[in-house]
Design a binder for this molecule. Sequence first.
Ligand code: AFP
Length: 327
Amino acid sequence: MNITSLQSHILKGEELSPGSTGDFTWILSAISLAAKAIAAKVRMARIEDVLGDHGGSNVHGETQQKLDVIANDILMTCLGNRPSVAVVASEEDDQPTILRRDSEGGKYCVVFDPLDGSSNLDVSVGVGTIFSILRNDPSIHGAVETLCQTGRKQVAAGYVLYGSSTVFVLTTGRGVDMFVLDSTIGSFVLVKSQLQVPTTGKTYSVNEAYRDTFPDGFRRYLDWAHQNGYSSRYIGSMVADVHRTLLKGGVFLYPPTKKNPEGKLRLMYEANPMAMIMEQAGGKALTASTTPVSSIMDIKPTAIHQRTSVILGSADEVDAVTRHLKQ
Ligand code: AFP
């Protein structure tokens, strides 16, 4: 039996990059270590009594779950120990954290949502960690300015789904690979290399309760989908919804709504990493927050916690949505 661990897979990738120093590998290994620790916490949450509200709210005014805070601390600790990380930013923290100044090195920045979908935790629904790795440009001053790069500049992106199994999906810009945590050996094991999203899939994933507040084009698309034999699946955890879309095909949508006219999802640590994964898997990832719609990864961020609308998934299904937006 040929077992490839995440670690050995990354090291193999490093061999393909001449002059590589291993710094990047260390960062991915920190994220993998954090993911194992978070997975263990999620599994034990009810027993260890760490479910429920933390008592505070994050920068978005959302109630923080105890596990949001725990997952954030785990990632901060694991990444903080890596000398190649200059700046980190998290959904849970108002401001980015500068770990190392210019003279102290630090080639990379990491932005992440430590525990996405955490309002689903109490009912044991899948939740996830989403991350994006960017280069640090020491000539740019200020953590926010350093981080506000388009998604096209991501060096790597990925997510970890804490579901019925713990799945690590990663792209370093050379396709998408999927690993599953084998808890008997404590390693993420490669289960699928060069993952491709099916070109079509008659499933749409959206919170249809907000339909009346979607722009007309999205309502037209939903009418069309209803008339054309589509099925609906919506978990309310982006990682779980995107993972299903990646494996089975279809489209995941978070349109502008009356409550969130720019869309609800965060550009830098939700939309951009998922967009990179989708595009690397042969799918599409667009935003309707621009006119006309454009690629999520072409948006130039102006703030760390900026929001965007999202249309991503199978190429043909994303096209079917945008056809209805144009009418
Ligand atoms: P929580 O982390 O607060 O549960 O939010 C999850 C999320 O950001 C994303 O994972 C979901 O796709 C989206 O919100 C669900 O939003 P709605 O509840 O508005 O459908």
